[in-house]
Design a protein around this ligand. Structure first.
Ligand code: URA
Length: 424
């Protein structure tokens, strides 16, 4: 077998066999297939797609490219994953809540991808927090405090770790076979027996339409069935950024505020919808409305924030930052983005849309995202939104604050942010 033949086959829109897919995954994971060859194949998959059988074979090959954990000794472990969004800090808020409600949380998250943020980068913005721990430590943390959130440690779905970074740097993210296999391989490897997936849909998601979101959901549910893991997909709106902050430590600060009870309505809606399904799957209650009430009570009682602190401390993070968020480092430049004078004297106008993709890209330009896979990111960079859809604005109002250390980029990013707002 030979990688060039496999690339050519996909270029000609032919179906790859299970053996060819396994050959690619094994060869790329152990370094026998080069990045440029893997990029060519990923681009061919991106352009020409895969059959359901190929997607399943790809997912399983990726899941078994390293260790596959067995968490059955912990009882029903319900995992959660999002297909990606802008300002999506739901994991940071929801997972301590469900852990507090007695569901073991053993979650492997990803880094920022394309214009979307990643939980691992956000967690690493907390000084000292270790996302790369051994499998033994991961399981022992869950046993000890009921929760562990990690990145892709060396041995869990290592093929996804490499492919994920390569897709990010080659614009091969927005592809149903590649997203489904990436997410489900991580979920299979990290051992949960039930899975709730947040399938984001809209301008700031990889699935732009409801139809695409449903198609991706169907593929992941099918893979879950084959892997014997009950999988539920919740389709959520990602047309404007979720909450008010976009960027790594900015989102951590918002998540801490949310856990203190100061949670934005749009974020709360997603947290409750996903959390209620997680409780249902864990056998904690069939009544979705009651489950939502329980989640709200857990936030209001302050117990979820306590669990978050425990998580941070247990993984080496400095909890003084959680107790006092003003300790988080800030960008050198915090620039108010002001709505310029309009040509005619006008009354206040309503924000009718706010492009999450444009804000995500602006945040990456400010330093919060990667251009090349080895790039480091600026944990302080991002955007804090002052006006969102439905708000009224007039000339001179501050729409948002740009946080960046890149002085030379400020004018360009300012224009990007202004263009993201559509006023009616
Ligand atoms: N999240 C993942 O883990 N993988 C993707 O491809 C997209 C979102």
């Amino acid at each position: 077998m030979n990688i060039l033949d496999i690339i050519q086959k996909k270029q000609k829109k032919q179906e790859l066999t299970k053996e060819e897919i396994e050959y690619f995954i094994t060869g790329y994971t152990n370094g026998n297939i080069a990045d440029y060859q893997a990029s060519a194949l990923l681009m061919a998959i991106f352009l020409n797609g895969m059959s359901d059988r190929e997607i399943t074979d790809l997912t399983l090959a990726m899941a078994y490219s390293g260790e596959v954990i067995d968490l059955s000794s912990l009882g029903t472990v319900v995992d959660k994953h999002s297909t990606g969004g802008v300002g999506d800090k739901v994991t940071l808020i929801l997972m301590p809540i469900v852990a507090m409600l007695g569901i073991p949380v053993a979650k492997m998250s990803g880094r920022g991808l394309g214009f979307t943020g990643g939980t691992v980068d956000k967690l690493e913005s907390i000084p000292g927090y270790k996302t790369q721990i051994s499998v033994e430590e991961f399981i022992s943390n869950v046993k000890k405090i009921g929760i562990s959130l990690i990145g892709q440690s060396l041995n869990l779905a290592p093929a996804d770790k490499k492919i994920y970074a390569l897709r990010d740097a080659t614009s091969c993210v927005q592809s149903i076979p590649l997203i489904a296999s990436s997410i489900m391989s991580k979920k299979i490897a990290s051992g949960a027996n039930k899975i709730v997936l947040d399938v984001t849909c809209g301008d700031g998601a990889f699935m732009k339409t409801r139809q695409e979101a449903e198609e991706l959901s169907d593929k992941m549910i099918q893979i879950g069935k084959l892997a014997n893991k009950e999988t539920v997909c919740v389709i959520t709106d990602m047309n404007e950024p979720l909450g008010y902050s976009v960027g790594n430590n900015l989102e951590v600060i918002e998540a801490i505020e949310a856990l203190k009870g100061n949670i934005r309505e749009d974020v709360k809606k997603v947290v409750l919808a996903l959390g209620a399904e997680m409780l249902r799957l864990a056998g904690k209650g069939e009544n979705i409305q009651k489950n939502k009430e329980l989640i709200e009570q857990t936030i209001q009682s302050g117990m979820a924030l306590e669990k978050f602190k425990q998580l941070v401390q247990n993984q080496g993070g400095d909890i003084s930052y959680i107790e006092n968020t003003s300790k988080f480092e800030k960008s050198e430049y915090i620039v108010p983005i002001v709505l310029p004078e309009m040509q005619k004297q006008e009354n206040a106008r309503k924000v009718i849309s706010l492009s999450a993709e444009a804000i995500g890209k602006a945040s990456c330009s400010a330093g919060a995202g990667r251009q090349k896979k080895e790039d480091s990111i600026d944990m302080t960079a991002g955007i804090v939104l002052n006006k969102k859809v439905g708000d009224y604005v007039k000339s001179g109002d501050i729409l948002a604050y740009l946080h960046t250390n890149k002085k030379e980029k400020i004018d360009e990013i300012q224009q990007q942010i202004l263009k993201a707002y559509e006023l009616g």
